[in-house]
Design a protein around this ligand. Sequence first.
Ligand code: MN
Length: 318
Amino acid sequence: MPAVTVENPLELPRVVVPLAGDRARRVKSITTAPRGLEGEGFPVRRAFAGVDLADLDPFVHMDQMGEVDYGPGEPKGTPWHPHRGFETVTYMIEGTFLHQDSIGGGGVIQNGATQWMTAGAGILHIERPPDALIDSGGLFHGIQLWVNLPSRLKMTNPRYQDIEAGAVTLLTNDAGDAIIRVIAGSLGDAGGPGSTHTPITIVHVSLMPGAQLALPWPGAYNALSYVLAGQGSVGMDRHAIGEGQMAVHVDGDFVVLSANETQDSRTQALEVLILGGEPIREPVAAYGPFVMNTRAELQQAFEDYQAGRLGQIPADHI
Ligand code: MN
């Protein structure tokens, strides 16, 4: 799994270790993501299926896109579509997506880069593989995450952030058998490049076989760990977890992850996305591409979209 990596993790700064008296978070649940299809028919796993909204807050939806090895002509994306009331975060671990939106944002997202799009009051966008990749086929693996906005920010101006793979903050543990990529927010005394509207941390960790990690985690944040690949365990009492499963970690100061000694020969590591943030604790009215507080606001979003008030497809569209 490429993402961003280093030859010698021991050259990286260390993540801060828990203090005496800090408590490990307890594992409240482990769920398995069902498979589905998104956009024009690309395979996804619905990472949040079966988890209480209150445990997910401030996140509302997450898909693992792929991992899929496309044949020639097979790669797919999404058509132009609107959003309002939240942010979409696309993290491309392998493969390439082209993005374009109605506020002039756009670019190539690939091999460890993240696109952080604040829909706010309204935006239209498209994500699709480049023509060369459609022709050739190839590996495609990423994450799309929906981050809620509080009512005071739902109608904020739309914004587009390109977080290049090389901008991600890299850390390791004392043993040097973990690579910790801070994409957004802070982790201990380190910070990632992504700018967030509400306090959020997103980290992609690779644990070598047998590695253990205690990640400091703000007490006010929820904590979710989703296994992208490999086999391992979570929590002090080592609940088994594997590819396509998500753990909810509650009550405590740090999150505990361990990689099994034996990993499959293809990935050779436990790959985990860990995310959390301050819960927004507001009513959620979500339908299709809109995440609002009330049904009336959803109705307004549909009317505004129909009237062209969420933006226009640019003339030079891809
Ligand atoms: Mn979208």
